[in-house]
Design a protein around this ligand. Sequence first.
Ligand code: GLY
Length: 364
Amino acid sequence: MNFREIMVSSSSGPYAIRLGNGIREQIPDLLQTLGFPKNEKVGLISNETVRVLHANALSSRLEKKGYPVVNFDFHDGESYKTMDSVMSCLDKLLSVKWERKNPLIVLGGGVTGDMGGFVGSVLLRGVPVIHVPTTVVGQVDSSIGGKTGVDHSEGKNLIGSFYPPKAVWIDPSYLETLSLRERRSGLGEVIKYAMIGDKKLLEFLDSALETLASKNFDREVWEKAIFSCASDKARIVSEDEKESGIRMNLNFGHTFGHALERVTGYQGLLHGEAVGLGMIVAARIGTLLGITEKGTEEIIVDFLQQAHLPYEWPKEIAYRDLERYLRNDKKSSSGMVTLVLPVRPGEVVRTNQYELSVLGSAIP
Ligand code: GLY
């Protein structure tokens, strides 16, 4: 089978993203090609939901091809993205005498990927990690670039490390089992890539967003959209692995999005839905500051509507509820926050630090 390949540079050397419908069947062969011999232990880290849908099948496939598999499942959901969950996984792997040469395959969405990657980065001071993302956010964003970690009661992703994987294997057909709401939520991240600089993706979404948001899952169209986003992400993290410049652009919509997720206890809005609203707020702030061109907010709203994503601010959430979490955002310091604001569709700027207290005027 022919799969698309995208190379990523990292401080630990280059790694390849392989992408294509049907890649899941090739995983044992890909593992061998990557230099992991049969008969040696492989970890398959997943979560309870993905276990039933996909991890049992992958585990059997690996065993059949001669890989002894150690399975571990996190509980499903952002509320379990904690040090306790990470410790349970470490306990299990250490109890079976894990060795540095044994790889971990991390199969799941963003939460599982972040925690599995973190386990890989601290276990025995680092074991090889291969990400096999099964959600839109995982496939277009979080599996690429080596960010790993857990949440803290003070905010999202406040504990973690940069730990580049050995490989990322993306099979868009995994998305078929997601609920329609989850799949549409992932489109919030896809729209983000178009807004921050991918002009071809902007054009593509104009014609493809309806198909991507529809109930019927179109593998080919999804593969194209994921390839565009994954290529953008690979280029950005290759240039700025540790997020000192252009990688910050990926946070477009996330400063307010993360705070929204936190304030609703990760129960109200899905990640991509919160990012969508966060992009609208960014456009409003940009407009107030004279940075964002007229019509940009309307284009974001139009994309979100086509994707069936929320575009109106939740009435029950006020700015003062968010402020505490904005203060704890990794990008804020001394009550000031660096913002990524749109200039126009396809172009964003990173602004100087703004006083958090003045940002409230962008929220109704
Ligand atoms: N998800 C944003 C980043 O990887 O930098």
